[in-house]
Design a protein around this ligand. Sequence first.
Ligand code: NAP
Length: 303
Amino acid sequence: MTDIIIIGAGTAGLSAAIYGVRSGRSVMIFEGNAPGGQIINTPAVENYPGIKNISGFDFAQGLLEQAMELGAELKYEEVKGLQQDGKTWLVQTAKEEYPARSVILAVGAKNRALGLPHEEEWIGAGVSYCATCDGAFYRDKDVAVVGGGNTALEDAAFLTNYCNKVYLIHRRNEFRGEAKLADRLREKENVEFVLNATIEELLGEDRLAGVAVKDKETGERREIPLQGLFVAVGQVPANHPFEGFIELDNGGYAKAAEDGKTSRPGLFIAGDCRTKAVRQLTTAASDGANAALSAAAYLSEGE
Ligand code: NAP
């Protein structure tokens, strides 16, 4: 019987493992993909307090080594579901069922992709899903943000500080995001709104060189030369296999406060899969620490 099983070895899950083990608890982490989570795709992390510059891969590697050296165990198995038997949680993979006294869901969220040819291939070669992480690499360049939510509006505003020109491409004439963010963006001189338009094609040879957009009303095609495209069309939390045990908000994020506690004793949520306003490395690490300390306190109460 493991004290704390953590599902997901991203920043939240690995931070939870560090705090769990240091609380004197046995910790097992499950990961179906490469450990490290979303950050491994980011070329350089420059906004994590105390670390001036590190590649996302190296950051994740350091976190993983730290958790492993402290004594956490990592299982490379995808968790298919969860069951509860009294106070025992049963974590189910394709191979086995693992019993635990508490569980932390740190399954993260994936950026929604546009689904266009070359999109995945050119991540780090002109395509990015994180303006905060990668914006500074596009200083004095022409870039576009696609999306109409708060993330797209904020990303576009952020990029105006670095970039020569920022196109905001959205599939409707109205924004899903807050009006005041859109109004603020309209005041910027280096922004062009490309509304009611969808991106049909990513242009380039071995990296992004532009996009072809289609006006939804006129059908007209326009090619926009670009060095960078920031995709901000929402996120898809990976909570689906656990829906029976957690309450989800309209976006599919698991409802839990900052302490990670859910309405189910012994079940905790950490990281990007949780309802919250800011999804950054720092907040993922903070969530992991909070959830693990909540789990450790829950275990102590039962002893
Ligand atoms: P979001 O609110 O779900 O918006 C996604 C946007 O992408 C929408 O405008 C949507 O268009 C568009 N979109 C979706 N699929 C698309 C596709 N396949 N092709 C082109 N466009 C597509 O996502 P988000 O902006 O990432 O925000 C997520 C949540 O975090 C929201 O609740 C948001 O308010 C919150 N957030 C808050 C803050 C803040 O408070 N400061 C900052 C960032 C995010 P349609 O509108 O046409 O559907």
